[in-house]
Every structure is written in structure tokens, then in C-alpha cells.
Write a protein that binds this ligand. Sequence first.
Ligand code: CO
Length: 203
Amino acid sequence: MELKYSKKYIALVIGLGLSAGLVACSDSNEANVAPVDNAPASEVVEVEVASVEEVVGSEAEGSELVASESVGALSEEDCSAELSSDDSMQFSTKQIIVPAGCQQFTINFAHLGSKPKDSMGHNVVVAKTSDLNNVINDGVGAGAANDYVKPNDERVVAHTKLLGGGEKDSIVLDVATLKDDRYSYVCTYPGHGGVMRGKFKVE
Ligand code: CO
């Protein structure tokens, strides 16, 4: 039997399961479980606590659900890239390959240097290559208070915070957006955008 529960719900079920033996399992479990089948996760949260006691059939069932979620987390690792910079004015790569099979792609960005962000700040700002220069100019104009990104700039697909040495931040991109290979990433810290930039390639 496959049940779709929200994480919150699973935690509740496991919690109850671990309370060992406090719950007497009735023979009518199946009947009580049935309405939950195929229910959207958002609705499952609303299941009354009274019926949760009856749904707790075994700890094993709860463990299975958690295990299948872990498998999902593993496959996501293929849809990410590590990007870094340091106290020199450059990214670790000028091209990021995005697997076409990914729906979303995560960039984990790290500033591996030691200088503070007000003298050697770095961010990762994603926009169409054709918009890059304007995004940089407006970003510089927006100032440090805005991490050198113009607030609500519709040309910016995603951006990290402005980082100083030792800091890291991540962004998640929809791969469908990147598919025409017209997108780039750039650091908009003043003076960095000319050299700190690279392109996405989906393949
Ligand atoms: Co920079």
C-alpha cells in the first residue's frame, strides 16, 4: 500500500509509533486508512489527530516512507554544481554544464578567501547574457545595502547574497529557463562584472 504523507505527518506517525505500545491497533486499520490514499499532501496535514492513532499500523511502515524520501534526496545531487571564488577576482569556472534531465539546478557558491565583503565581495547573479551589462550597472547603482542587485529586477533570474571570505550561499534555477543557453552568471560587485562571469550550457 502506498501512502503519501507530508513530512510533518510522517514525523507525527513515527513519533506515535515510537511511543510503543501506547496505541492499541484495531482491526479496522484498513478502513480508516483508505480515505487518506492519494490525497494531496496539502490536505493530508488536516487529518484529525483522533484518526492518526488508528492509522499507526506499525513502525516499519513509517520507516519505509522515510527511506524512499532519502533516495529522492540522493538523485538531486546530480543536479547541482559547486562554484567558488577567493580573494582574487575570478570564479572557479567560466562555464557551468547543466544536465538537461534536471528540472531544477542548484548552484552552491562559496567565497573561499578571507577578505570581507566590503573589499572583496562576491555574489552570483543569473540573467540573460544580453542583459548582463545593464544588470551589472543597475546592481552597482543599488549599492551594498542591496548586495549590488537592483531590487525586484525582473531581468535577474536568481542571485545569491553578497559574500565575504568564508561565507557561502546557494541558489536554485529552473532548468527550463536555461535551456536556450542564453544565460550567464556574473558577480555584480563594483569592478568585478567584466571578468567574473560565465555561461550556462544545458546538455
Ligand atoms: Co566578485
